[in-house]
Design a binder for this molecule. Structure first.
Ligand code: GTP
Ligand code: MG
Length: 458
């Protein structure tokens, strides 16, 4: 572990604003324990053991008691940040929590920036950068699978993979640079085959990890699911049925929904971002026409398309070709053709259309089958296994892609018989890219964009 560098103390409320049983205020940094002791009436916090809890009272600068609290002391380096830390659990009222924080700030402690505690943990080597990002992912997770994915990363599984890739590339670089030392003597790569094998292997492993990104993205951000179809098909009714509330307006007037409506819906650990759209038709109405444009746009950005066809109405050739057109345009995006209002279905139905499922949102018929089908289709052909590590961040994906490009370039340089200095440059760039994931290599821009995602107090 790197050496702990204790910075000037910072403090913040670590729990959400609002009324609750308790709230926690965190103080961390050089002299944090002394500062806490200065406003704490009870045991002498500067003399207690690490990881112990003490009852006492917080007093303002004027000596007035602000609250009865429990103070937990963590001595450096055994704390979240690696610095001396005190966590004060006080009564969870908005004003009392604020007053406790102010009593501490009044003793010469600075308010913390968003994510500053975690940033200090990273700088003190307590966490790799990808683990720090996992902390934010965990806090923002909107489904159980997203929690699982963040936990895998927090446990350091991504970091382990990256370190392994780096080791392999360092080994390859050493082989190349050893050859470079003998370049004057015009020595061929004695172990060219071995070097090639190593590079191909690491390239394959990076590719395998990259392949998990599509699933990782869906797990973290949710499956963008777009309901499209003619006016009155029952799109809004289905949205309301799935989420269990009357989020979208439903009427028997065709053209009720004018704008796209989003709702988060969790099913079996997966987050779906449901998007209800304006029914598709040619219209003179300006507002409705804009709505139809938005429906098309939502369709283009979908991870899962659900086309709804009202079974109580016969299908005409225009709608048939409209459905075929959407199916074609959806291309590899999963597409479900769902018949709605099965309760009203006429016997003389056109069987030329192949429906994935027929439902009645009004009577709840086949809704649970639809839910299963949506999950199955959304994750179909995706390398989906909850126990395996998933790449969930575009930052990590981009760095992995750049690393792979450079390794590929090194392989073709080797095949073309180029000199080792070319290979060496490519391999060093690949190493640098991998290093940005775990934070071995970093810069202010990366750090500030990562830590600004955090809340204050984390
Ligand atoms: N009988 C029956 N009626 C339904 C069913 N689903 C929806 N409806 C009715 O069909 C009508 C239209 O439903 P909506 O959900 O507003 O249809 P939509 O596709 O959102 O329509 P637009 O917003 O105009 O594009 C309403 O009167 C619903 O009550 C169903 O499963 N069975
Ligand atoms: Mg609607």
């Amino acid at each position: 572990m790197s050496e702990i560098n204790q910075k000037p103390p910072i403090a913040a409320i670590a729990t959400p604003v609002g009324e609750g049983g308790i709230a926690v205020i965190r103080i961390s940094g050089n002299g944090a324990i002394q500062k806490a002791a200065n406003c704490f009436k009870g045991a002498d916090l500067t003399a207690v053991k690490s990881h112990t809890v003490h009852f006492g009272r917080i007093t303002g600068k004027d000596g007035r008691v602000v609250d009865e609290v429990l103070a937990t002391v963590f001595l450096s380096p055994k704390s979240y940040t690696g610095e001396d830390t005190v966590e004060i659990s006080c009564h969870g009222g908005v004003l009392v929590t604020q007053a406790v924080l102010e009593a501490i700030l009044d003793r010469g402690v600075r308010p913390a920036e968003p994510g500053e505690f975690t940033q200090r943990a990273f700088l003190n080597g307590k966490l790799d950068l990808d683990q720090a990002e996992a902390v934010a992912d965990l806090i923002h997770a909107k489904s159980i699978k997203a929690v699982d994915a963040a936990n895998q990363q927090l446990e350091g599984r991504l970091g382990e993979h990256i370190k392994l890739f780096r080791q392999q590339i360092i080994e390859a670089t050493a082989m190349v640079e050893l050859e470079l030392d003998f370049i004057e003597e015009d020595v061929e790569f004695a172990n060219k085959e071995q070097l090639r094998k190593l590079l191909v292997e690491v390239n394959g492993e990076i590719s395998n990890l990259l392949d998990t990104y599509e699933t990782g993205r869906l797990v973290k951000d949710g499956v963008k699911t777009v309901f499209i179809g003619r006016p009155n098909a029952g799109k809004s009714t289905l949205l309301n049925t799935l989420i269990g509330t009357d989020r979208a307006i439903v009427t028997d007037i065709a053209g009720t929904t004018r704008d796209t409506i989003d709702a988060d819906w969790s099913y079996d650990g997966i987050l779906f971002k449901l998007i209800d759209t304006a029914g598709l038709r040619d219209t003179e109405d300006l507002i409705e026409a804009e709505g139809v444009k938005r429906s098309q746009k939502a369709f283009e950005q979908a991870d899962l398309v659900v086309y709804l066809k009202d079974l109580s109405k016969p299908i005409d050739s225009t709608e048939r070709s409209e459905i075929a057109g959407f199916q074609k345009r959806a291309d590899t995006t999963p597409f479900l053709l769902i018949g709605t209002k099965i309760d009203l279905q006429k016997k003389s139905e056109d069987e030329r259309l192949h429906f994935d499922l027929k439902i009645s949102a009004l009577e709840g018929e086949n809704i649970s089958t639809l839910k299963k089908l949506m999950k199955q289709r959304a994750l179909e052909n995706k390398d989906y296994d909850t126990s395996s590590l998933l790449v969930t961040s575009t930052r990590h994906r981009d760095a992995l892609q750049k690393a792979r490009e450079n390794v590929t370039r090194a392989i073709s340089a080797l095949d073309q018989g180029l000199t080792g200095d070319f290979l060496s440059i490519d391999l060093r760039t690949a190493l640098k890219e991998l290093g940005t994931i775990t934070g071995e290599i970093t810069n202010e821009d990366i750090l500030s964009s990562i830590f600004s995602r955090f809340c204050i107090g984390k």
